[in-house]
Design a binder for this molecule. Sequence first.
Ligand code: BGC
Length: 345
Amino acid sequence: MKAATLVPGAPGHSRVSDRDDPVPGDGELLVEGLLVGVCGTDREVVHGGHGELPPGAQEMVGFHESLGRVLDAPEGGDLSPGDLVVGVVRRPDPVPCPPCAAGEWDFCRNGRFTERGIKGLDGYGAQRWTVPAAFAVRADDRLGDLAVLTEPASVLAKAWEQAERVGSRAVFDPRTVLVTGAGPVGLLAALLGVQRGLEVHVLDRVTSGPKPGLVRDLGATYHSSLPDDLAPDVVLECTGAGALIFDVLGRTGPNAVTVLTGLSGSHRTVSLSPGAFNDELVLDNDVVVGSVNANLRHYRAAADALAAADPSWLARMITRRVPLERWTEALTPVDDDVKVVVDLR
Ligand code: BGC
C-alpha cells in the first residue's frame, strides 16, 4: 500500500512510501483509507512547529483527519465491514492520568498522550490503516466523502460543549454568537451555532471567494470587519490571530464565554493595558477558555451534526482534492481554499 510519509520539521523528507499492509491486532479494525483532510496542524508537523516521530521510527505516516471504510472488524462489535468510519486522533497517556482514565484524553494532564499523524503515532494518510474499534466512530453512509469533516467538527463540538458548560455557571440563555475566522474550523463552529438556533455572526478578512456565500447560505451573517453594535454572548475564536481576541473581548456582552480554538504560532506583540484587560473580565464576568482536541462524545456529536447538515452546503466546504501521489501540494494554501483533502484511493 502507499502512504504519505514525513519527518516532522524536515519538509524535504515528505514523500509517498510503499509500506506493507498493516495487520489488525486484537480488537482492531482494518480500514481502507479513503480521504484525509488537511489543516494547519499538518503544515506545522511538516515544517516543524509541532509533531514528534513514533519512538524509534525514521519517518511517520502523516495526517489526522481521517475517513475510511471498514474491511475487517472484530466479531460482535458495533462496527462491521462496509461501515464508513473516522479514527480518533488522540490516545490516552500510558499512566493514565485521571482525565485519560475517564476517557477524557482531550484533557490529558501529563502531556504523555499520543496523537495519530501528529505526536508519536502514525497517522491516517495511508491506503490501509488499523485502529482499535474503541477509537473509531461510525459516520452516516449518506455523507460519503463529506464525513472527512468529522474530526474538525469534533474539535468544535468540544468547543461548544466548553462554552455551554462554562455558561451554565449562571443562568445561560445565549442569543448571539460571534465566530472569528471563516476557514473550515470557523464554518463548522458557525454550523453548530446555527444548529443550536443561535444568531450567528462570522468575521473574516476576505470579501470575495466562497466564504461569504457559505456563511450567508447557512443563515448566518458575514462581516469583514468587527461590527460596533455586536455584543456576543459566546465567541468562538477560530483564527489563532492573537491580537484579535483583545478587540473581541472589549465587545462581548455581560457573562460572555470566549472559547479559543486556534493556534497562533506567532510571537508578535501588541500593546495592552493589563489593568483594562483585568477590569473587562471582572466587571463583565467574562470567561476566556482554551479548547483542544476531542473525546469520543465529541466525535459522536460531530457525526450527528454533519448528518443533520445540508450535504450540498458541506460539499461546498471541500474546495480542493489532491491525489495521494501529489499530497505535498495539499499543504500549500491556494487562494479561495476552504478545506483541502487528499484522496487516498
Ligand atoms: C487536531 C487535534 C489535536 C491538535 C493538537 C488539531 O489540529 O485537530 O486533534 O489535538 O491539533 O495537536
